[in-house]
Design a protein around this ligand. Structure first.
Ligand code: NDP
Length: 315
């Protein structure tokens, strides 16, 4: 049978390119989990994904209620679940003030981390029950949250501190809107959320890999300087960032190539290793990359898991 994969944020950028790459193989049915139904339908058509290879289902990660509804609807749909790709993200580098999810969490961490954390937890049983030859939970990470790299050292650097802001509810009222309890900084909030994504993947691995056989992995697909992720950035940045990445850092990858990389992590029969953070070298070969000290801190991962469970109502 065909595999079934859910991709969050498949209406643009990396998610859309991955949906296309997987659908084109004819071996996957792609569930595009998107907040804007019409945009997702149009996006699928615009890149030529054929009708029988995808479905769009509504998911707004900035609302835990919507995440729960999505998981319910999916379970009742009767689809098996063979792979889940947590890809959607918001990045608000120029925001002066925090904005919030439906439940009142700062928007970047609320969407990128807490929404995906709840989604992945709710769908874990479905993944577990899959009889596909391999089953995978992939969370898209980033170099920017990784302070052992050059890009990860551009200020403001990611730092979760002792999680006091998160533990306080991340709501900008009783607690700070930042995980470490500091002043709001939109660029840092995004990087922090990516550290959470990478820690979450490893904690899933420690807790569930042996018992379930699910492969948990993360990746840095390269700098896809052309996606909508940078839509909130100042115009000059948006103009100069793609050529800068192409010719100076040489970290640039096209959306198509990055989509191919993520599709590989989902479907390549040889990439079964769990607990791994994948990157690609200049010849586009995948390799297991090292995470920064913070992004591989097992004690922090456990604490993040427990605090997040409370915030999303699982504990
Ligand atoms: P895009 O902005 O193009 O795509 C982000 C997607 O997330 C969009 O489809 C967007 O939906 C969706 N999304 C945002 N908020 C929500 C929400 N509340 N509920 C559901 N979906 C939502 O960016 P990219 O393709 O670049 O980003 C994809 C992933 O790649 C992210 O995890 C990002 O961190 C990661 N990444 C990107 C890099 C890059 O250089 N671009 C580098 C490293 C990692 P909509 O279409 O409705 O806006």
């Amino acid at each position: 049978r065909k595999g079934t994969v859910i991709i969050t944020g498949a209406s643009s950028g990396l998610g859309l390119a991955t949906a296309k790459a997987l659908a084109e193989t004819g071996e996957w049915h792609v569930i595009m989990a998107c907040r804007n139904f019409l945009k997702a339908e149009k996006a699928a058509k615009s890149v030529g994904i054929t009708k029988e290879n995808y479905s769009v289902m509504h998911l707004d990660l900035a609302s835990l209620e919507s995440v729960r509804q999505f998981a319910d609807t999916f379970c009742r749909s009767g689809w098996p679940l063979d792979a889940l790709v947590c890809n959607a993200a918001v990045y608000l580098p120029t925001a002066k003030e925090p904005t919030y999810t439906a439940e009142g969490f700062e928007l970047s961490v609320g969407t990128n981390h807490l929404g995906h954390f709840l989604l992945a937890r709710l769908l874990l049983d479905d993944l577990k029950q899959s009889d596909y030859p391999y089953k995978r939970l992939i969370i898209v990470g980033s170099i920017t949250g990784n302070t052992n790299t050059l890009a990860g050292n551009v200020p403001p650097k990611a730092n979760l501190g002792d999680l006091r802001g998160l533990a306080g509810g991340l709501n900008g009222i009783q607690s700070s809107a930042m995980i470490d309890g500091g002043d709001f900084d939109g660029a840092k909030a995004y990087k922090d959320s990516k550290v959470c994504n990478m820690l979450t993947m490893q904690e899933f691995h420690r807790r569930y890999h042996e018992e379930t056989g699910i492969t948990f992995a993360s990746l840095y697909p390269g700098c896809i300087a052309t996606t909508g992720l940078f839509r909130e950035h100042i115009p000059l940045f948006r103009l100069l960032f793609p050529p800068f990445q192409k010719y100076i850092t040489k970290g640039y990858v096209s959306e198509e190539e990055a989509g191919g990389r993520l599709a590989q992590v989902v479907s390549d029969p040889s990439l079964t290793k769990s607990g791994v953070y994948w990157s690609w070298n200049k010849n586009s070969e995948s390799f297991e990359n090292q995470l920064s000290k913070e992004a591989s801190d097992a004690e922090k991962a456990r604490k993040l898991w427990e605090v997040s469970e409370k915030l999303v109502g699982l504990a």
